[in-house]
Design a protein around this ligand. Structure first.
Ligand code: XIL
Length: 363
């Protein structure tokens, strides 16, 4: 349609042609529909973020079509809610059950999601047979070493990162040496350092994380983690990142969150918000109603958490993972109160205000 100035010598008129093109050439076809710019699709969190957006999943949930579609449309990384924990994989001293883990990793690969491994060591997930064995520290470490080498090397190149240890510190920053399984260790931090080394030897490229809750909010715990990192660096134990679980609430102080998160990044390691959910039912009330005002409060908190993460140096932003996808399935209905609505999608998989909040917190 724009041919009024375009002939064999047309290029001579290029400046004029450009002018006409932008201001409107005399049209010879008045019935042309107006030029409409392509529809801008509503942004998704994974589309907008410059770092991976993860969600915790289970095999059963992935088999539900609504869950799977929502995951694939909005997230590009997954963590296993429990199927990669030791008690789920390590069935006896010499037997492993990898069927669920395989399912999760295959699903991720088929659908272009990364996999974050959660978690090699957690005092709550040692299998019964292991606890009963009551190993001395040498046998304890040898068995755990075999476990780490077996699991990490099996998924070498397919799992991008592992939580090597989860929740080794109590709330006051002391070590959880009271946990049944760790009683025989004289130097638990040295043991954990060697576990990081075993994981590294099984996969030189995998990112290795320490994961815990409330390091951002609790200075004592953060300090304990920093001391461990300093020792790791001094003694040559590998560690790439820190995961803060971020099971948080609408009534948590936003300034404490942003200053604590900035401080957590001070060691220069990768930062993973690894299990984000935001509870709303402050009083654990059985008459709690998730009103529009409550939804907005939650959206504001999602925005604040994501914005605090965004203000970290770009190279340290590992990922944000929410601990589930939809309010239909959340561990908080058991651990906190049955009336809980902590995630980004409601029970029918509709996007909540929280989703908009998350989006608005992204740069
Ligand atoms: C929880 C899961 O959500 C539950 O399904 C499971 O029964 C117990 O563990 N911190 C962690 C996670 O690091 O592994 C926990 O996940 C939640 C608290």
């Amino acid at each position: 349609m724009v041919h009024c100035l375009w002939g064999p010598m047309g290029w001579l008129f290029l400046p004029v042609w450009l002018f006409v093109l932008t201001t409107g050439c005399a049209k010879d076809e008045t019935t042309d529909p107006p030029v409409v710019p392509p529809v801008t699709l509503t942004k998704t969190i994974k589309g907008k973020a410059l770092f991976p957006i993860g969600a915790a999943v289970t095999v059963a949930h992935l088999k539900e079509s609504d869950f799977s579609a929502t995951l694939k449309g909005n997230f590009n990384q997954l963590s296993a809610e429990y199927e990669m924990k030791m008690s789920n994989i390590w069935t006896s001293a010499s037997a492993y059950s990898f069927s669920n883990t395989d399912y999760l990793v295959d699903y991720a690969q088929q659908n272009n999601l990364k996999v974050h491994g959660h978690t090699l060591l957690w005092y709550q997930s040692f299998p019964e047979w292991f606890i009963t064995a009551a190993y001395d520290s040498a046998n304890f470490e040898n068995s755990v070493k075999t476990y780490i080498l077996t699991v990490v090397s099996k998924y070498k190149g397919r799992i991008v990162s592992w939580d090597v240890a989860n929740e080794i510190f109590a709330d006051n920053g002391s070590l959880r040496v009271d946990a049944t399984v760790y009683k025989s260790f004289k130097d638990p931090i040295g043991f954990y350092g060697r576990c990081f080394k075993y994981a590294r030897s099984a996969d030189p490229d995998v990112k290795l994380f320490y994961n815990d809750y409330d390091q951002v909010l609790n200075g004592s715990k953060r300090n304990a983690v920093f001391n461990m990192i300093d020792r790791f660096k001094k003694e040559g134990y590998p560690i790439d990142g820190i995961g803060d679980q971020f099971h948080t609430t609408t009534w948590t102080n936003k300034t404490t969150i942003s200053s604590g998160l900035t401080d957590l990044a001070r060691k220069g390691l990768l930062i993973h918000i690894s299990e984000l959910d935001i509870r709303v039912n402050q009083d654990k009330s059985s008459s709690y109603v998730f009103t529009a005002a409550e939804m907005q409060k939650q959206a504001d908190m999602y925005a604040a958490v994501v914005a605090a993460f965004e203000s970290l140096p770009q190279s340290q932003k590992f990922a944000i993972t929410t601990w589930g996808v939809s309010d239909k399935y959340t561990w908080l209905t058991g651990w906190w109160h049955p009336l809980e609505y902590p995630l980004l999608f409601d029970k029918t998989y509709a996007k909540k205000k929280a989703y908009e909040g998350f989006l608005s917190g992204l740069k």
